[in-house]
Design a protein around this ligand. Structure first.
Ligand code: PTJ
Length: 245
């Protein structure tokens, strides 16, 4: 970004806007991704553009859930690929889980662009959608998955998800951990763990938390999961948004 000085009070937010615009220009992000990003910006403004305690609690539960998983998979769409490519690769290495490209707005070219973008940031292997394996209960492009990836997974990390696939994954018996700045979205309500935070802040914290919990016993991890209530976390987020200012 050349025209906005670092001292600008909205610098971080404007820099993220530039990153998502660059994502569209390079063919990684859908044009619709700009609208999704704007929606996210509005909610981020309302939560104070900082990671709040309800997000930290969800990050802890999300880390425990992912560490307990037998076949965790990280689903990547055009927005997340543009905003956090390096973090996604680091996350995949720490969790020892594959990255899988899965997009809502169908485009073979964009799927390829996302795969190449992740590889440029250090990913060795990126799973791609196939027609061999399809999710039930869903009609959109997101039903096309990889047989050894999302199709086989018991826990799926799906940041900036659409509610339909979240519901389909749950119906197929999979646990969903999501990141969504809108605590009222269908995804936020459907997921097992919803981190109400900006993905650019949440991912590094989730990686840190997984590293911290990596040596914890399954009993400790299960205990973290059993004490967690997604409904309460979403309520806390809504109350925080509606607080008196
Ligand atoms: O690459 P594709 O084709 O898979 O498309 C990706 C988008 C994000 C465009 C697509 O999944 C979509 O349309 O999503 P929605 O239904 O608009 O939902 C996006 C959700 O993510 C909204 O609830 C936003 O508030 C939220 N969101 C947007 N930006 C961020 C975010 N949450 C966390 N961090 C963000 N940076």
């Amino acid at each position: 970004m050349n025209d906005v000085p670092e001292s600008h009070p909205r610098y971080v937010s404007l820099k993220l806007r530039d990153t998502i615009v660059a994502g569209v220009e390079s063919g990684v992000t859908s044009i619709h991704g700009l609208m999704a990003h704007g929606r996210g910006e509005a909610f981020d403004y309302l939560i104070g553009e900082q990671t709040q305690p309800f997000a930290m609690d969800a990050i802890r539960a999300g880390a425990a859930t992912l560490l307990l998983a037998e076949h965790p998979v990280i689903s990547v769409n055009g927005n997340v690929a543009a905003l956090t490519p390096g973090e996604l690769v680091a996350f995949s290495n720490v969790l020892k889980a594959p990255l899988e490209v899965n997009i809502f707005h169908a485009s073979k070219a964009r799927e390829q662009a996302i795969q190449e973008h992740l590889k440029k940031h250090g990913a060795v292997h990126v799973l791609m959608p196939t027609t061999e394996a399809q999710l039930s209960f869903i009609d959109s492009n997101r039903k096309f998955v990889h047989p050894e990836g999302i199709f086989h997974a018991d826990v799926v990390f799906v940041p900036l998800e659409d509610g339909d696939r979240c519901e389909a994954l749950q119906k197929m018996g999979k646990t969903v951990v999501t990141v969504d700045l809108n605590p009222m979205s269908r995804t936020a309500k459907q997921a097992g763990v919803t981190i109400v935070d900006n993905v650019v802040r949440a991912l590094p914290l989730l990686i840190q938390e997984m590293q911290r919990l990596q040596k914890a016993s399954p009993i400790v991890l299960r205990e973290i999961g059993s004490q967690y209530s997604n409904d309460k976390i979403l309520q806390a987020a809504v109350q925080w948004i509606c607080r008196e200012r």
